[in-house]
Design a protein around this ligand. Structure first.
Ligand SMILES: [Zn+2]
Ligand SMILES: [Zn+2]
Length: 382
């Protein structure tokens, strides 16, 4: 079994040159649907926005496998040197979703030519980059139902593995990503007379430092956790104590239980410090993507598939603190999300960097792994 690398490159470069950001993937969806139709698929379009799904129907006594690719680009001005640069200034496929689409289309092409006994669904999902994400709405629109999906596969290109390497991690593989906002308020005043005011800048500073102690003093050392304050705004000039300071942050960890515990610790910390200085506060948490949990049995299927694809299987011993809305599928059905190595000396920039590029020789490995994994699952009895 083989796949023509050039056809994958052509698809990927077209998408790379025509990036569309989250929620605006109209032409991308049309492009994908057209290619799927050319393989003979019946295609459903405009699912939860610009989602696309193609189904290869099979024997209902066999399992139903799904392959998911995300399709959106990012609002970044491309600075890579590649000859297939974005033609839309300020928009760029800097997370490799162009390659994800190409690899899933490659798997769909192979599947139409060499179908398994069971059903296979190809899900092209918009809005991965923009919370609350597209996955949740695709699931609500019923993509995992009728026929019910027994397992779903997805992949992400990564610059820290080489082309020909497929990375696998069992269990909790990518972090949840809640956000929170803290507003600290109190009577402002003259910078020369802080005792007559509540210095919200000092209170906020103490809160930021104390939040870091939650990681080191209140949560088990063996439970990965990151708390980051990514923005802080307050004040207008050097000698005025402001009435209010606003902060935003993110929580990264691997279970809802730890997340709830951390939220409580944050609340106690903010409350305690504010109370010591006579400040008031408003604290809000917002759910992000859930933790991405890989099913060990499906990971075995991926490992076998990667071997069939001629790839080297790399068992990854660390999870990632980044988040992915593929996690929502994993909350509904068994799921396996693997990493397709696409880095090199030339392609060494991280995801979301304006100079990000990927080694296209990686794509046949990812595409064939998706194909073999979905084929294997859709060949099993229910
Ligand atoms: Zn991304
Ligand atoms: Zn991504």
């Amino acid at each position: 079994m083989n796949i023509d690398q050039q056809i994958l490159i052509n698809w990927r470069r077209y998408l790379h040159m025509h990036p569309e950001v989250s929620g605006e993937e109209k032409d991308t969806a049309d492009y994908i649907a057209g290619i799927l139709r050319s393989f003979g698929y019946t295609v459903k379009e405009r699912i939860a926005g610009y989602g696309v799904m193609a189904v290869l129907p099979g024997d209902s006594k066999k399992k139903c496998a799904a392959v998911r690719a995300d399709i959106d680009a990012l609002p970044i001005l491309e600075e890579s040197e590649c000859p297939y640069q974005s033609l839309s200034p300020g928009k760029m496929h800097a997370c490799g979703h162009d390659a994800h689409v190409a690899m899933a289309l490659g798997a769909a092409k192979l599947m139409s030519e060499n179908p398994p006994a069971g059903t296979v669904k190809f899900i092209f999902q918009p809005c991965e980059e923009k919370p609350p994400g597209g996955a949740k709405f695709m699931i609500e629109a019923g993509v995992l139902k009728n026929p019910d999906v027994d397992g779903i596969f997805g992949t992400h290109v990564v610059p820290d593995l080489l082309p020909g390497q497929i990375g696998i991690h069992d269990g909790a593989t990518m972090s949840l990503d809640d956000t929170f906002s803290i507003a600290i308020t109190g009577k402002g005043g003259h910078g020369a007379q802080p005792h007559k005011a509540v210095d919200n800048i000092v209170v906020a500073s103490q809160v930021i430092i104390a939040l870091q102690n939650i990681r080191s003093r209140r949560i088990d050392t063996f439970d990965p956790l990151v708390i980051t304050i990514g923005s802080m705004h307050g004040g207008s000039r050097h000698n005025i104590i402001p009435d209010r300071v606003d902060m935003n942050g993110t929580i990264r960890c691997f279970s809802d239980e730890i997340d709830m515990n951390v939220r409580q610790c944050i609340e106690e910390t903010v409350r305690g410090i504010c109370s010591a200085y006579g400040a008031s506060y408003e604290l809000k948490f917002h759910d992000g993507y859930p933790p991405l949990i890989n099913d060990p049995k499906l990971d075995m299927t991926v490992a076998d598939a990667a071997t069939k694809a001629g790839a080297e299987v790399v068992i990854m011993n660390r999870p990632r603190m980044t988040a992915e809305d593929f996690a929502f599928y994993g909350k509904s059905v068994p799921a396996a999300f693997f990493f397709t190595g696409a880095g090199s000396e030339r392609c060494r920039y991280p995801l979301h960097n304006s100079r990000f590029d990927l080694e296209e020789s990686a794509m046949p490995y990812g595409s064939l792994t998706l194909y073999h994994a979905a084929f294997a699952l859709a060949s099993q009895d229910k």
